[in-house]
Write a protein that binds this ligand. Structure first.
Ligand SMILES: *Cc1c(COP(=O)(O)O)cnc(C)c1O
Length: 384
């Protein structure tokens, strides 16, 4: 089976993990702050808060920005459910903005139209989460300009996009947002097994996210409402969680981060090679925003169903039967039964729904060989 994504683990990664196991601290030791500093420096952000998943990073980012009951968060329908669920965790409401049909990321025009309508009804969102789908940066400048006009905050869901660039900035520099969020799940660009990180240039937001990661507890007397009654005193000032990353995970992350450039440049090469190999097939290749340089987490094609005698389901099954781990990113979130129960229905986001009917994710990972890639292309050719 050629999987759609796969981690890459070296002896150096294994040694890094084993060293932590033989050290004094398995968690709350020196590796987590070292990993935070390294990621912040790499992406050009002032602060980083490591947590136990990308989902937790989205959750604490929303809470730090004050999202709560009565508030609204907007995101893209074409994303993993976590980008929307984070609003529900906070007791807020979710709505969606349709995608650009060329790049599959949040369409700034659709966003502007929806904002104009929402303003009239006094239902403007507090937070908008653009998603850098497949690792391709969204049109952040346009979305940022709208945030200035309509007064919402931006969290970039950059779970696919560590190593991507936009207008000369690394994704994660937060040049066009308050907070950016990464995931280190094994299929993502680098891995800590499970893990995530929120980065920001705002020291207050960073402090709040760090507190929410660890029970909402502080040891800083100036933040306390009560006099410490001894040197052991700590006070819970927020309702936080245990979302901590372990030192074992952070050590793996640090070791992986050293190979980030190699990971991304190989993914870019393989994507370019797919572009060439697939050029004559009845498929739409992934279009790129000229302002961005994708990290190529995913390579998604669209089947031109009018030119193919098979359904997408048949193509999918035929490739899976041949051991090609094709996948589908994503089922539009608003069509999930959970979200339909909140009132969403088919037809509300037509560009996302059209994309969903045609999309197919081909395998793409750092250690993929050209022979494996040729097998994927031959299998696709055969299936259609
Ligand atoms: C992976 C992913 C997440 C969640 O990250 P986890 O680390 O799995 O919790 C959120 N958003 C997107 C777009 C993702 O791909």
């Amino acid at each position: 089976m050629i999987p759609y994504g796969r981690q890459h683990i070296t002896q150096a990664d294994i040694d890094a993990v084993v060293n932590v196991l033989q050290s004094d601290f398995l968690t709350q030791g020196p590796k987590v702050p070292a990993f935070e500093r390294a990621v912040a420096d790499r992406v050009g952000a002032k602060h980083a808060v490591a947590v136990n998943s990308g989902t937790s990073a989205l959750h604490v980012a929303c809470l730090a920005l004050g999202l709560g009951p009565g508030d609204i968060l907007w995101t893209s329908p074409i994303t993993f459910v976590a980008s929307a669920n984070c609003a529900l965790y906070c007791g807020a409401r979710v709505d969606f903005v349709d995608i650009d049909p060329l790049t599959y990321t949040m369409c700034p025009k659709a966003l502007e139209e929806k904002l104009e309508q929402a303003k009239k009804k006094n239902r403007l969102p507090k937070i908008v989460i653009p998603v850098h789908l497949c690792g391709q940066p969204c049109n952040m400048k346009a979305i940022f300009d709208l945030s200035q006009k309509y007064g919402f905050k931006i969290i970039e869901d950059a779970c696919h996009a560590l190593g991507a660039e936009y207008r000369g900035f690394s994704i994660g520099s937060c040049s066009y947002s308050e907070i950016s969020v990464f995931s280190f799940h094994p299929v993502k660009i680098i891995t800590t097994a499970e893990g995530g990180m929120a980065v920001t240039n705002d020291s207050d937001l960073a402090a709040r996210m760090a507190r929410l990661r660890s029970h909402g507890i502080t040891r800083e007397p100036e933040l306390m409402t009560h006099e410490p009654d001894g040197p052991w005193y700590y006070q819970q000032i927020d309702l936080g969680f245990n979302f901590r990353m372990t030192d074992i995970q952070a050590a793996l992350g640090l070791s992986q981060l050293a190979r980030l450039d190699a990971f991304v440049s190989r993914r870019r090469e393989l994507a370019k090679r797919y572009d060439l190999l697939l050029a004559d097939l009845p498929v739409i290749l992934p279009q790129q925003n000229p302002d961005g340089m994708s990290a190529w987490h995913l390579y998604v094609i669209r089947l031109q169903l009018g030119r193919i005698h098979q359904s997408r389901k048949q193509v999918f099954k035929s490739m899976r039967d041949k051991g090609i781990g094709v996948n589908l990113h994503y089922i539009p979130v608003h069509l999930q039964p959970w979200y339909r129960a909140l009132g969403f229905e088919t037809g509300q986001f037509p560009k996302s729904e059209q994309y969903y009917r045609e999309a197919l994710t081909l395998p793409l990972f750092y250690a993929m060989t050209e022979q494996e890639q040729d097998r994927v292309v031959a299998s696709l050719q055969n299936a259609i």
